[in-house]
Design a protein around this ligand. Structure first.
Ligand SMILES: Cc1cc2nc3c(=O)[nH]c(=O)nc-3n(C[C@H](O)[C@H](O)[C@H](O)COP(=O)(O)O)c2cc1C
Length: 367
């Protein structure tokens, strides 16, 4: 297949990042880290994906140092000696087989259900205390809390660099804390953190700048964002390319190296009159490399996975055509890689008949 998929298996070079191919493991929460500490099983799980030919692994969301950043005690955290030692071991295992890995730094914001989370006595955090329009769960975040969380992201990035990660990804997508700032539906602040697009983007801009200041200039910063929200799949941050430009340029200027553009189906065009998807527009507007994602190698979007549904495998030909045209630079794969650690090598070697069909039962263990 090497001849048919030259660009999927061509190296990628940007700033301080060198990858053997264009396949990225998408971040997927697995909840197998008791008390927030990633175990040997977690290390083995990522090592198998690196051995299977994945060019870059982005870990499951791992939470920054704020009591209300997480929503479950089995989600790995990215602070404290035990968790960082666990992550260091994950990095060593992945590097030992030639892989590359970045943690996805996360704060869940108002998606946290206090009663089910660590520190149930504490209120969840959001720009306006809203999980979605009309669903108030807390008071708006204070200035001091906002500054604390910005500092927590910067510290996590500095720690990531110190323990050997190849960069970091900021989780700014899917209706979690950073996206709650981006989205008018959950950000109704009237101070400098809300209102205009610039103000709503400011929380992320300050996080990016703080991370830049806490890490070396060539340490890669990836930002994941999405138009859709878990609260409303049809929500949009930008309705036109002009609005998207106003949203993206401050983030790009603050220091993002790569944008990870989350769609439920990568083949859906973003704006009428053009076939470009979200990653395509983002690359065109910012001039920065982009990662596309959404049902690669599968026939339907991933919400079924949470209802216990599987998905048929699907040819990747149209994806390759877009990659060849340089609509985007990297391709993230979620469920297909969760199901099959050797997905990348099987595509490379044209062993598509050996690909395992995705079944939601794969969520039950770290195989
Ligand atoms: C079990 C599961 C957990 C996920 N957890 C995260 C997460 O922690 N952070 C994130 O940004 N996206 C998360 N996602 C979304 C995936 O990164 C990806 O965008 C989505 O699954 C679409 O890719 P796919 O169709 O290749 O699976 C998750 C998806 C699944 C299926």
């Amino acid at each position: 297949m090497t001849t048919q998929t030259p660009n999927l298996f061509s190296p990628f070079l940007a700033g301080g990042l060198q990858l053997e191919n264009r396949i990225v493991m998408a971040p997927m929460t697995r909840q197998f880290s008791p008390n927030g500490v990633p175990t040997q099983d977690v290390a083995g799980y990522y090592k198998r994906r690196a051995q299977g030919g994945t060019g870059l692994i982005i870990t499951e969301g791992t939470t920054v140092n704020d009591e209300v950043a997480t929503m479950d005690a089995n989600i790995p955290q990215f602070h404290g000696d035990a968790a960082l030692a666990g992550w260091k071991h994950v990095v060593e295992e992945v590097h030992s087989v030639g892989g590359k890995i970045m943690p996805q730094l996360w704060h869940v914001g108002m998606a946290r259900v206090a009663e089910k989370a660590p520190f149930p006595e504490l209120a969840s955090a959001g720009p306006s205390g809203l999980f979605k329009p009309g669903k108030q769960g807390a008071e708006p975040m204070t200035q001091a809390h906002i500054e604390k969380v910005i500092g927590a992201f910067a510290q996590a990035a500095a720690d990531a660099q110190a323990i050997g990660f190849d960069g970091i990804e900021i989780h700014g997508a899917h209706g979690y804390l950073i996206d709650q700032f981006f989205w008018e539906g959950t950000n109704q602040r009237t101070d400098s953190w809300g209102g205009s697009m610039d103000n709503r983007g400011r929380f992320a801009v300050e996080i990016i700048k703080a991370i830049r200041g806490a890490t070396s200039p060539d340490f890669p910063i990836v930002l994941r964002y999405s138009q859709w929200k878990q609260q409303d799949y049809s929500a949009r941050l930008a309705h036109t390319p002009q609005e998207l430009e106003a949203f993206l340029l401050p983030l790009s200027e603050a220091g993002v190296d790569i944008f990870h553009c989350s769609q439920r189906r990568y083949w859906e065009s973003e704006f009428e009159g053009s076939e470009l998807n979200l990653a395509g527009w983002t690359k065109q507007i910012t001039g920065k490399p982009t990662i596309t994602v959404g049902s690669v190698g599968l026939s339907d979007d991933f919400f079924g996975a949470f209802k216990g549904q599987g998905s048929e495998t699907r040819a990747v030909d149209d994806l390759l055509e877009r990659l060849n045209k340089q609509e985007f630079d990297l391709v993230a794969v979620g469920r297909a890689l969760l199901q099959d650690p050797n997905w990348a090598n099987k595509i490379r070697d044209n062993k598509t008949e050996e690909l395992k069909q995705y079944s939601a039962s794969a969520l039950a263990s770290l195989s």
